[in-house]
Design a protein. Structure first.
Length: 302
């Protein structure tokens, strides 16, 4: 299965992607222009369930009969995203007192919140979460939030009475799927970076040796640098599991060696654990990078 494509956002706060449509009118009239202070005041994204399907939700959010409702996005079972309002300050009417600080996503459930999100909905949710958490958009951490005072990916009921008193929205099944969406959002961010890439992937990445608490990796320079740009540094990432599914703060940065191959020694690993390591080349200014090359390995029991 391929990684979902990274979405883009324009200067008007409209999100663009192959699976994104915009409301007519845009934005829906149920909302507050410039009601959110972005990105400084954003806490994260709130998951909602529609208790219905996308066509009915579009009709409800465009209806001006009180009580008026809205959200930033709706996602149907096939992963189609409907944007109701811009992400550069427009405030939806989705979770009461939380409206000025949280983006909102409604997921279709065919009138049964116990229905789990489909795979396509998880993909679309991850695309949105990755975009909304970017520093220039919402600037919040890609993590689960179960409190209105903790940034991240929250759920409607966590806000209590002040958020409309919806303790069962979006339901336990869907709440539990937030972690899957977060993990995929991190994969999208790592694997689908914007802007020019001056390099291809590093070549020959392999594990030279693996101990109970250490690993030595080896690799060579990308085969085809674009425009003859020299590699300025190599960036290393390491995460637990069979894929590079998390951003690790403080990645090591290694200067290229004249001798090839390049090597890196990782320490303080856990015994009897599966890891995935990633290596990518960066240019001399550290602004652009090639794609990740990855290798998976398991440390032996101590």
């Amino acid at each position: 299965m391929s990684t979902p494509a990274k979405l883009t956002v324009d200067g008007d706060g409209r999100v663009h992607g192959a699976n994104v449509a915009h409301n007519a009118p845009f934005p829906t009239k149920s909302g507050v222009p410039d009601g959110m202070v972005v990105p400084a005041g954003v806490q994260g994204v709130v998951m909602h369930t529609m208790e219905g399907n996308l066509p009915g939700t579009i009709s409800t959010f465009n209806d001006q009969t009180p009580p008026r409702k809205s959200a930033h996005f709706g996602v149907d079972q096939d992963g189609n995203i409907h944007q109701f309002g811009p992400v550069n300050g427009w405030e939806s009417w989705a979770q009461g007192a939380g409206n000025p600080y949280w983006y909102s996503i409604e997921f279709a459930d065919d009138r049964n919140p116990r229905n789990p999100l489909t795979g396509a909905q998880i993909n679309a949710g991850a695309q949105l979460l990755e975009l909304l958490s970017r520093p220039e958009v919402g600037r919040f951490k890609l993590q689960v939030s179960d409190s209105k005072d903790t940034e991240g990916f929250g759920w409607h009921g966590m806000g209590g009475v002040g958020w409309g008193d919806h303790p069962d929205c979006p339901g336990e099944v869907r709440k539990a799927q937030r972690q899957d969406i977060i993990a995929l959002a991190k994969v999208i961010r790592i694997g689908m970076l914007p802007g020019p890439r001056p390099f291809g992937p590093v070549t020959g990445l392999r594990k030279v040796s693996v101990g109970a608490d250490s690993v030595q990796l080896s690799w060579s320079a990308p085969a085809v640098p674009v425009e003859n740009q020299a590699v300025g540094s190599y960036e290393i990432a390491l995460s637990v599991g069979s894929q590079l599914a998390a951003e690790v703060p403080g990645f090591p940065q290694l200067e290229p060696k004249e001798a090839s191959p390049q090597t890196w020694d990782g320490k303080n690993l856990k015994a009897d654990t599966t890891y995935t390591a990633g290596v990518r080349a960066r240019d001399k200014k550290g602004r652009n990078e090639g794609p990740w090359a990855t290798v998976t390995f398991a440390t032996p029991a101590s």
